[in-house]
Design a protein around this ligand. Structure first.
Ligand code: APR
Ligand code: ZN
Ligand code: ZN
Length: 375
């Protein structure tokens, strides 16, 4: 079938993107779903920093590509072999489909499935190859098996989680990346416990979700840190007890003073080395840094080696919030329903295909936390 999609053909577009137009609206060809796949009509797709990292080249991916890895939609048609999902079902995409057979999957860590990592690097679906072509018949890559900056997507069964129909899909969209990554980092990776002192460094969709996850987990003191004052204002509205501007030279000392010596948990959601450094420097003895923001490829983060032992410091990375999507997305949706995880407040404007490039400019400037493409 033919459909419209937002296609990235080359990296390195100059900002503002609204002028340089890195993502072009194209009419593309989408193959029907193969065995174990399904066709989904996209209702909402979030503009995430990880898409931006592909656009600006800090996260290399095969091009051309239809970006978009955070979204939700309605199943239109299922391919052979799918019995547990049918046309009309609402689904949230998850950007790390898993094979269920590799060692990582069998260890209970499907978010770092080895088979998916191979397919992702090639821009393929899990079943092999691509279902997208341009008007000349040349193949177009998928992004992490999702590619939801489009009217429709053909995806692997494992790339979706079926959800209940009561939550608007434009809202459900952000559960696939921002919410899973952030809330999961707080609850699965850091295991925030009641009474913990928690700092969140970098307040985008991911960082704010981590902050709301820490609050849900019972953190007693929540400190929100960013370099953009507008983000700090929103953090206070969302329940942060303190906000700190990381541009201030003494920001580390300010946090130590506020917490009586440092935090139990730092959650880093900026994806830059200075934010990681802040997260590390504010830890109490025995504290733990969980990094979620993906720093630029090749960048190093120096750690005072003796600290790890003498102060029993823990540093860990968390991919996709270390989530098992079919387990965690319904949990987080239920917390949202109950009003205990108000992630809808992170959603700003809805944009059409023609607003996507300008939307990424707003993500960079910090004017927006999450904008939703409604194709
Ligand atoms: N200290 C604190 N905050 C910082 C710093 C810093 N040194 N540098 C940048 N920030 C803030 C920005 O001001 C912004 O508010 O980090 C925030 C990042 O937010 P977004 O750009 O909206 O990013 P988001 O979509 O949440 O993704 C965050 O997770 O998935 C990864 O690739 C993604 O690395 C990115 C990260
Ligand atoms: Zn696997
Ligand atoms: Zn994302």
């Amino acid at each position: 079938m033919k459909m419209r999609a937002s296609v990235l053909r080359e990296i390195g577009a100059e900002m503002p993107y609204a002028k340089s137009v890195p993502l072009a609206i194209e009419e593309v060809e989408l193959d029907p779903p193969g065995p174990g796949e399904m066709l989904v009509k996209i209702i909402g797709a979030g503009l995430c920093h990880s898409d931006l990292s592909v656009i600006n080249g800090s996260r290399p991916r095969p091009l051309p590509v239809v970006l978009g890895h955070e979204g939700a939609g309605e199943v239109v048609e299922v391919g052979p072999g799918i019995r547990d999902i049918k046309a009309g079902d609402p689904v949230v995409f998850q950007f790390s489909a898993s094979c269920g057979r590799c060692i990582r999957c069998l260890e209970g860590r499907p978010q770092i499935c080895e088979a998916h990592a191979v397919a992702r690097a090639k821009g393929d679906l899990m079943g092999g190859g691509k279902r997208l072509k341009d008007s000349t018949g040349a193949p177009i890559n998928h992004q992490t098996g999702v590619s939801c900056f489009a009217e429709y997507a053909v995806v692997d069964r494992g790339s979706v989680v079926k959800i209940d129909s009561d939550i608007p899909l434009e809202t459900a969209a952000i559960f696939g990346c921002a919410v899973m990554t952030g809330v999961g980092a707080a609850l699965n990776a850091a295991r925030v416990a009641p009474g913990d002192k928690v700092a969140v460094i970098g307040l985008g969709g991911v960082g704010f979700s981590a902050m709301l996850g820490a609050i849900l987990g019972g953190a007693a003191q929540v400190i929100a840190v960013d370099i953009n004052p507008a983000k700090l204002g929103l953090a206070r509205q969302l329940g942060a007890h303190h906000t700190i501007d990381a541009r201030e030279p003494d920001h580390v000392q300010q946090i130590k003073d506020l917490t009586g010596g440092g935090v139990d948990v730092s959650l880093e959601g900026a994806g830059v080395i200075p934010a990681l450094k802040t997260g590390y420097d504010i830890l109490k003895t025995g504290g733990q840094l969980v990094t979620v923001g993906l720093s630029p490829q090749g960048a190093d983060f120096p750690i005072p080696a003796a600290d790890l032992v003498s102060r029993e410091i823990a540093v860990r990375g968390s991919y996709m919030g270390s989530c098992v999507p079919v387990r965690d997305i319904p949990k987080y949706l239920e917390a949202f329903r109950q009003g205990r995880l108000p992630v809808d407040r992170l959603i700003g404007e809805h944009v059409g295909f023609d607003g996507v490039n300008a939307g990424f400019d707003k993500l960079v400037s910090g004017e927006a936390v999450r904008q939703i493409l409604t194709p």
